[in-house]
Design a protein around this ligand. Structure first.
Ligand code: ZN
Length: 236
């Protein structure tokens, strides 16, 4: 039985959200959670250039100067970290060959470096659609990759991966003291939109619960793995 005190004492929540981005809705709902939880931290899987802005009538809003000002605000939130969520969030964007994936990663890094947005080398593909080649490209570029808990796939050796353990609409917190909480900025076509799951989140997570960035958990888990391997293999 997970009591309130037990959760506060032993659990750490690694909160991640999909479909975040410049000119996209969702920041208000994140700020609302931040006001509730004093220790709040969140990892935002961000769409660099959403396909909506390829349309002429929307394109005029997508100004690099505005993007820079937005990046400054996001960078100033020390409780927030940014990861990559495709480039334009189109289906099969990361279902392509090795070099196309490398190009996409470079395009994202170039854009974010240009606007000055700080980011971590963690990635979730739109709709979790990966080709094996894309996973190899992400590995070679130093990215850790999020896979779908409900549809695990084979991955290249040496690729760092993570699976979410609690989708925020679920009434019961997952087992294990490190929880990877999974949400979406919008409610369109999903059950774990932040606004629609808001009441469930505050009923499951006590106000004083600990949070940490997802990137820190991945680092910790892989350092431990490597240490264990080193102990086993190092025989000199
Ligand atoms: Zn998405």
């Amino acid at each position: 039985m997970r009591t309130r005190d037990n959760i506060i004492e032993k659990y750490t929540i690694h909160f991640e959200i999909h479909d975040f981005g410049f000119l996209l809705p969702g920041l208000d709902d994140i700020l609302r959670l931040k006001r509730i939880y004093p220790n709040f931290k969140i990892t935002c899987f961000t769409i660099p250039l959403p396909r909506e802005f390829y349309l002429k009538e929307n394109a005029k809003h997508f100004k690099i100067e505005k993007y820079k000002r937005w990046a400054e605000i996001i960078n100033s939130y020390e409780w927030m970290e940014i990861g990559m969520h495709g480039f334009s969030h189109t289906p099969m964007e990361m279902g392509v060959d090795y070099y196309k994936t490398i190009d996409m990663i470079k395009a994202t890094e170039n854009l974010w470096n240009e606007v000055g947005l700080k980011f971590k080398k963690i990635c979730v593909a739109p709709f979790w659609q990966y080709s094996y080649e894309a996973l190899n490209a992400l590995k070679d570029k130093g990215y850790a990759v999020g896979l779908n808990r409900n549809n695990p796939i084979p991955v290249p050796k040496g690729l760092e991966t993570f699976l979410f353990t609690w989708s925020v609409e679920e009434p019961i917190l997952s087992a294990g003291y490190d929880v990877i909480a999974h949400a979406h900025t919008t409610s369109r076509g999903v059950r774990n939109g932040l606004a629609q799951s808001y009441n469930n989140i505050i009923s499951v997570l006590p106000k004083e619960v600990k949070f940490d960035f997802l990137s820190n958990l991945i680092k910790k888990q892989y350092e431990e793995n490597n240490k264990e391997k080193g102990n086993k293999e190092g025989g000199d």
